[in-house]
Design a protein around this ligand. Structure first.
Ligand code: FA5
Ligand code: MG
Length: 456
C-alpha cells in the first residue's frame, strides 16, 4: 500500500549477494551501501574485535556439546526470518521501514534466530552457536549501524534419550557440571508472567521448565562473567582475569517477550553506572521443535549482539569503527585472537572536528493531525528510517548521527515540515568545508529524488 521508499525506478532487476543472483520486485529496499557490506563478514576476520568477541563467547560453550555455525548466508526467506518463529502477520518487525527486502519472500536476516528452525530440523543434539551478520533499517548514531553481528545459542535435550525419561533430572545433572561464578545476580522469582509470558504447561512440567531456565541462566551468567572479567583486565593493566574479582559484577534478569520463547528474559549488566541490555533468551517454544519433527526435544535459546559486547570489551566509542580499514584501528587488535591474555582497551586516535548541517523540508501529502515522531501520521507516509538510509547511502561512514530537531504541521495547509540535523565527522581525517558542503548538497538532492520531499 505504501509508496516505495527506495524508488522502484532505481531498483536493479537482479542483485548478486555472495555469488548468488536474486530477482527483485517492488519490495526491494536495500541500498548499495548495505549490499556492499554483505561480503565483509567481520565475525570471521582474524583479529577483528567482532571475531575476538565471538571466540571468547565460544570458549564458554565448548565443543563437542555445542557445534559452531559461522557461515550461514545472510539471505533468508521471509518464512525463515519471521513465520517459522511464530511472528504474527502484522508484527512491526516485518515492515519495509524496518527490514531489508530483496523481494516479498526474500530478505536480509534481521536476526540469527532465522536459522533456528532449520537447525532443530537437522536434529541438532546437544547445542549450537551461530555467528552471523544481521541487517536492520534503523536510525544513525554511534551505537546503531544497519549491519551488525549476532550470536545465537541453543541447547536441546531429548526426553526419549535421557536416563529414565526424566528430562528435569537430566538437565539438572548437566547444570551441576557447569562451573560457578561470584557475580551478584538479581532474579525476581518468578520473572515471568502467567499470561504474557507463561510456562508451556501443555508440553513440559513446571519442574522441567525450571530446570531448563536454570541451565540457561547459569550458562549465560558464566558467559557475561567471562566477558566482563576480561573487559576489566583489559582496562586495568594491574589486574589479570584471575585476580579481577575484587568488585563483583552485578547482573539482573528482566522479563521479556519473543514469539519463539516462553518464558523469556533479557540479561542486563550494571556497567559504568547504568543497566545495559546485552541479550535476549528463553525456553524455546515447543511448536518449533514440533514443526521441526522432533517433538521429544526441549531446551533454551539466546541471542546476543557482538558489537555491543565488543564496544564494552575494548572501549570502542563508535560503532562505525568496526567497518574501518584504517591501520590505526586494525593494528591495535593484531595477535589478540591467539593471545587473549594480552587484550588491551582500544586507544582512540584523535577525534576530528564535527560539522553540523540542517536540512528542512515539507513532506509529500498532508496530514489531518499533527505528529510528533519520525513515523507515519495521517495521510503523510513518512518513516524516519527511509531518510536514515538515504543519508547513509550518500554520505557513508562520514555521518556520525542524524536526529530530528524540529517538526510541525502547518495549521492551514496541513502540510508537515521536518528538520533533521546531520553531524558529519570522519573517523579518519578532517573534512574540508567544501567537501562537507558538497556532500550535504548530494544528500539534499537524494532526499528530493528518493523521498519526494520539498526543501524549504
Ligand atoms: C533478537 O534479535 C532475538 N532474536 C534474540 C533471541 C534469540 C531471543 C533467541 C530469544 C531466543 P533483539 O532484537 O532484542 O532480539 O536483539 C538481541 C540482541 O542484539 C540485543 O540484546 C543487543 O545485544 C543486540 N542488538 C539489537 N539491536 C541492535 C543494534 N541496532 N545494534 C547493535 N546491537 C543490537
Ligand atoms: Mg531487545
Amino acid at each position: 500500500a505504501s509508496p516505495a521508499p527506495v524508488s522502484a525506478t532505481t531498483a536493479p532487476k537482479t542483485v548478486e549477494i555472495n555469488g548468488k543472483s536474486y530477482t527483485t520486485d517492488p519490495w526491494f529496499n536495500v541500498s548499495s551501501t548495505v549490499l556492499s557490506l554483505t561480503s565483509r563478514k567481520l565475525h570471521l576476520q582474524k583479529d577483528h574485535p567482532v571475531a575476538i568477541t565471538r571466540k571468547i563467547i565460544e570458549s564458554v560453550f565448548p565443543a563437542p556439546t555445542y557445534k559452531y555455525y559461522n557461515e550461514f548466508d545472510p539471505v533468508v526467506s521471509t518464512f525463515e526470518n519471521f513465520d517459522s518463529l511464530g511472528f504474527p502477520p502484522d508484527h512491526p518487525g516485518r515492515a519495509r521501514s524496518d527490514t531489508y527486502y530483496i523481494n516479498k519472500d526474500t530478505l536480509l536476516r534481521t536476526h540469527t534466530s532465522a536459522h533456528e528452525a532449520e537447525l532443530f530440523r537437522a536434529r541438532a543434539s546437544g547445542g549450537y552457536l551461530i555467528s552471523a551478520d544481521v541487517y536492520r533499517r534503523d536510525e544513525v548514531d554511534r551505537s546503531h549501524y544497519p549491519v551488525f553481528h549476532q550470536m545465537e545459542g541453543a541447547r536441546v535435550w531429548d526426553r526419549t534419550k535421557v536416563p529414565n525419561g526424566d528430562l528435569a533430572a537430566a538437565v539438572l545433572a548437566d547444570l551441576a557440571r557447569l562451573p560457578t561464578h561470584n557475580m551478584k545476580v538479581e532474579d525476581p522469582n518468578p520473572p515471568f508472567h502467567p499470561d504474557r509470558n507463561p510456562l508451556q504447561t501443555a508440553h513440559h512440567t513446571p519442574e522441567e521448565a525450571a530446570a531448563i531456565a536454570a541451565h540457561l541462566k547459569r550458562s549465560l551468567e558464566l558467559m557475561v562473567n567471562e566477558i566482563f572479567t576480561r573487559a576489566k583486565a583489559a582496562t586495568d593493566p594491574n589486574q589479570t582475569p584471575e585476580s579481577a574479582s575484587s568488585e563483583p559484577l552485578r547482573v539482573r534478569w528482566v522479563e521479556a517477550y519473543f514469539p519463539f520463547t516462553s518464558p523469556s528474559w533479557e540479561l542486563e549488566v550494571f556497567y559504568q553506572g547504568d543497566w545495559l541490555e546485552v541479550l535476549g533468551c528463553g525456553v524455546s517454544q515447543q511448536s518449533l521443535h514440533i514443526n521441526a519433527g522432533v517433538p521429544s526435544q526441549s531446551g533454551w535459546a539466546f541471542g546476543i549482539g557482538l558489537e555491543r559486547i565488543a564496544m564494552l570489551l575494548f572501549q570502542i566509542p563508535d560503532i562505525r569503527l568496526f567497518w574501518s580499514r584504517d591501520e590505526r584501528f586494525l593494528s591495535q587488535f593484531r595477535g589478540v585472537e591467539d593471545r587473549l591474555d594480552q587484550m588491551k582497551a582500544f586507544v582512540p586516535f584523535s577525534k576530528y572536528p564535527a560539522c553540523y548541517k540542517d536540512v528542512s523540508f515539507w513532506l509529500r501529502g498532508t496530514s489531518a493531525a499533527g505528529g510528533n515522531t519520525g513515523r507515519g501520521v495521517g495521510a503523510v507516509d513518512w518513516h524516519g528510517n527511509d531518510l536514515m538510509e538515504v543519508v547513509r547511502d550518500v554520505a557513508g561512514d562520514t555521518v556520525e548521527d542524524v536526529r530530528v530537531v524540529d517538526e510541525f504541521t502547518h495549521p492551514k495547509t496541513g502540510r508537515r515540515s521536518m528538520c533533521y540535523r546531520i553531524n558529519y565527522r570522519s573517523l579518519e581525517r578532517t573534512l574540508t568545508n567544501v567537501e562537507t558542503n558538497e556532500m550535504h548538497d548530494r544528500v539534499t538532492k537524494a532526499l528530493v529524488e528518493k523521498l519526494g520531499v520539498e526543501i524549504r
